[in-house]
Write a protein that binds this ligand. Structure first.
Ligand code: FRU
Length: 583
């Protein structure tokens, strides 16, 4: 019996080799197999994946980067897409555990060019991963003229898993260059969210101006680890005494480190269950507990995640702002709240009462927002994950080989509003270089409907800026629609004093029952309202005087009609400018 099994295995291996593929597959029983590349050279092996399949374990034998097995949803019944595995001359053997021999994946393994078809929901203005899953922006740091964006990344699929740090750089925050995965999971754990700093005074001893990444190692426990780069973030060396900070707490993650000049210490806010904790260090290696904030403040529901603590100019002085991502906002999943107060290097003191909170964004799709470290000219620039844990991580999603985006990078300022300090966000000014005006008009009186006379292909990102005045109508707004009758309705609702974005008929929404819905954001009492709308292939982002929204949409074809409308009265669009954003 054993001999027959051996013979089958050998015959299967020969069959694979004989069909002209540049690799052989040897099945070794128990749903295990070894893939051997025929030539020891740099090449890409494309692994067939199905997001509905269970996970199998893939080991790259002899790899110095991928040192622990990765989990892959290898296709059993259907191939949905392929994920690339980059091999160098030293890594020519891959073992797979858990994928039955009759799976369609074995026939569909490929070497060479990307076999995936181009997808329609790749954004134009928004950072979109080349392939694979992304969540939180991580390690955002400006260095030597480059804006670095690391992010939570699954290099082996478009659903969450194998948490690594993907990497891209930009010179203007608009155009991005993809770089190889910066940090892969290791023996201590997966690489969860964290930050990067430039160690100008060489406090850690890794070199002057070393880029130091501080991240959560998510293994049996969550602990904090560090890695450093002395080549502009192109390669990182993990510190050999990791982890540098441990705890018995189950949720202990997402370090966002910055230098605190008055105390000459690094400060690390960490998300710890229902609260944020602050740690300090002279050298990024030895950390000491300072204080804890939050249990009784603001909004709770699920744990807090992804803190950021920043000092911002306010009324001739400064204020400290603490960002806090909220896993489960009771109403709509992921969202980001913030608190304004003071920080003395040890303790955060909140200015607002315990029950008060404010949100950075009011749309459904802007999470884990944090700011760039070391940004020039004192700029405060934030970026968030454009997705929501409520529906964004499930089996079904309207994209296949990549999943989700980053929100637009936004400049933050603190203004005084209703006697309190309030954060206002605006897309960074660098976008203006990519805008081509296609329509401008002043003083349009609107009663019911006014279709803008613009020819739109629905292909590009649109940038709509307007000033509206509504003394009379119950509501006024803008509808974006396509020839299939799908639409997004954006409105100022005077009767409810709310700004609204309605995506109930925006396009595909069947992948999750909670996706279709109407977002409400605060609206100022001003008679005149300014509004910027950024329409991309899979999202609509709005910026009013006091609030911002970011919402995914999946129309069958791009919106190519813009209609001004009112309900119950007349309103005036004092100015409107429509531009196309092309990169
Ligand atoms: C937030 C988060 C973080 C964690 C990461 C894991 O979206 O849950 O708290 O570090 O994602 O991918």
């Amino acid at each position: 019996m054993r001999d027959i099994k051996r013979l089958c295995i050998i015959l299967a291996a020969i069959a694979m080799a004989a069909c002209g593929k540049p690799f052989s597959v040897e099945f070794t029983g128990d749903d295990s197999a070894t893939i051997r590349m025929s030539k020891a050279q740099e090449q890409t092996l494309w692994i067939p994946v199905d997001n509905r399949a269970g996970e199998v374990q893939l080991t790259v034998v002899g790899s110095e980067e991928i040192t622990v097995p990765l989990n892959v949803r290898m296709a059993v019944e259907r191939v949905q897409y392929w994920m690339p595995l980059h091999l160098n001359a030293a890594t020519q053997e891959i073992t797979i555990k858990g994928c039955p021999q009759q799976s369609v994946a074995w026939e569909a393994l490929k070497v060479g060019e990307n076999p995936n078809a181009e997808q329609k929901y790749r954004q134009v203005a928004h950072y979109t991963p080349q392939i694979g899953w992304i969540n939180d922006p991580n390690g955002m740091v400006y260095h030597n003229g480059e804006w670095h964006l690391f992010h939570q990344y699954n290099p082996m699929g478009s659903r969450w898993g194998n948490m690594s740090w993907g990497h891209a750089v930009s010179r203007d925050l608009v155009k991005w260059e993809y770089l190889p995965t910066a940090l892969y999971p290791d023996q201590i754990g997966a690489i969860f969210s964290g930050s990067c700093v430039i160690d100008k005074n060489n406090t850690a001893g890794f070199g002057k101006d070393a880029m130091v990444a501080i991240y959560t190692s998510a293994g049996r426990k969550q602990t904090q680890s560090i890695a450093y780069s002395t080549d502009n973030g192109r390669t990182f060396t993990k510190y050999d005494k990791n982890p540098v900070l441990t705890s018995e707490q189950a949720d202990f993650r997402d370090p966002k480190v910055s230098w605190h000049e008055p105390t000459q210490r690094w400060i690390m806010p960490l998300a710890c269950g229902n609260a944020m904790e602050f740690y300090s260090s002279p050298n990024l290696r030895d950390w000491q507990f300072e204080s804890r904030f939050g249990e009784v403040y603001g909004c709770h529901g699920g744990v807090w995640e992804c803190p950021d603590l920043i000092e911002m100019p306010y009324k001739g002085g400064t204020k400290w702002v603490l960002f806090c991502s909220l896993t489960k906002n009771p109403d709509h999943g992921s969202s980001v709240q913030y608190f304004v107060g003071d920080f003395d290097g040890h303790t955060f003191t909140c200015d607002t009462p315990k029950e008060y909170t404010d949100f950075l964004g009011w749309g459904r799709d802007n999470y884990a927002t944090v700011t760039w470290s070391n940004a020039p000219e004192g700029r405060t620039i934030a970026l968030g994950w454009q997705n929501n844990w409520l529906y964004g991580g499930d089996e079904e999603f309207p994209t296949t080989d990549f999943r989700a985006y980053m929100s637009l990078p936004c400049e933050l300022t603190l203004i005084e509003y209703n006697g309190r300090a309030k954060l206002v966000s605006r897309p960074v000014k660098e976008f203006s270089a990519y805008l081509q005006g296609i329509y401008t008009q002043n003083n349009i009186d609107v009663t019911e409907q006014y279709a803008l006379p613009v020819e739109l292909s629905g292909e590009n990102a649109l940038w709509i800026e307007c000033v509206v005045e509504n003394a009379d109508a119950e509501a006024m707004g803008i509808k974006l629609s396509n020839d299939k009758g799908e639409q997004v309705v954006i409105s100022f609702d005077n009767s409810k004093q709310a700004f609204k974005v309605d995506r109930t008929q925006a396009g595909e929404s069947s992948f999750h029952e909670k996706f279709a819905g109407v977002v409400e954001a605060p609206m100022s009492a001003a008679k005149e309202q300014r509004l910027t709308i950024v329409v991309d292939r899979a999202s609509v982002e709005c910026f009013t005087d006091i609030s911002a929204t970011s919402d995914l949409v999946f129309p069958a074809q791009g919106y190519n009609h813009i209609t001004l409308y009112t309900a119950g009265g007349k309103a005036t669009v004092k100015e409107i400018k429509v531009s196309r954003l092309e990169k």
